[in-house]
Design a binder for this molecule. Sequence first.
Ligand code: ZN
Length: 374
Amino acid sequence: MRVRCNECGTEGEFQLAAWRCSCGGAWEPARLPEFDPSRIFVQDFSIWRYGRMLGLDIDRPIKRMGVGWTPIVPVEISGQKIHLKLEYLSPSGSFKDRGVNAMVNQLVKMGANLLVEDSSGNAGASLAAHSARFGIKSKIFVPAYASPNKLAQISIYGVDVVPIEGLRSAAENAAQACVGKDGIYASHAYNPAYLAGQITAAWELWEQLNRHVPDWVISPVAQGGQFLGLWFGFKHLLEVGLIDRIPRMVAVQPARIAPLFNAWCQGLEEVKSIEASGPTVAEGVAISHPVRGKRLLQVIKDTNGMVVAIDEDAILMAQQDLARHGYYIEPTSALAIAALNNIAEYFNRTDIIVVPLTGNGLKGKPKYGDGSKD
Ligand SMILES: [Zn+2]
């Protein structure tokens, strides 16, 4: 798999031992094949529909999991017509499966049989589910304070769960310390194949919207895997002339822990690490520092996008609002619904607005993610 570091420009073949660039930057997929509609496997209703264009070392999956081709549904919320993309309808209940499915196939193809990850929630559950399906071992480091519901999900797949006392970063450090001697780092924050898997959502949208892309995409952002994957996907459609513009991309964060929002408001080119002003119900995005912060800011600028920060009350209200329309999602997903009110003045009447719903509400009562512990 060809990869490139957006921090220093280094390019090369992805190696199992080099989970990030020597400069510390995260690898991105590089030199993807041109997007060509005639190369779509049209009878494949999973991310492998686009297997020939993902730049991975394989174009068919080693094991099928049933990830991808999620429904898109038009709804009207507060007088605003939007399209929901039901990403939470995935085997482990979150959008993370899209990236993890591509990543696990790529890593297993390269010879990995023991994977290591740090997560307090959806990424860990997704990796654990894939490990069970692929019959490989995983070791998942979780903060000891992680939500019991999500821990129960990660554990039931039979993987090795290692609780780590202290901050969220302590779990990350513990995972990284055992990479190499004990396994391959399968990180949703750093792995380039994870990002490649998230690209497929953009191409699905293009097909599902009758070969058009939306005017707006609004999504919750922590590490930004979904956000950046969508952008890569749209960019590839633009490069071959299948679309004439990239949607305006809006990143949404909880006001209590909004490192990207802070950087964007200050006009910075890098995202600085911040401390939370308090706990947030949007635990899935409670991180103090995204590893792809520079790229996230570039994408927001290039797409004439925005970053929105949402108060706790508004997050819970949006979760309830959406439930009244028939969709039960976790509070982190509700961030994007809440943001509709903040930016309504920018929408034109005919604009197509897509909101991916990232995580299932059945994941349980929210654990208050505390950025200072992240
Ligand atoms: Zn680099």
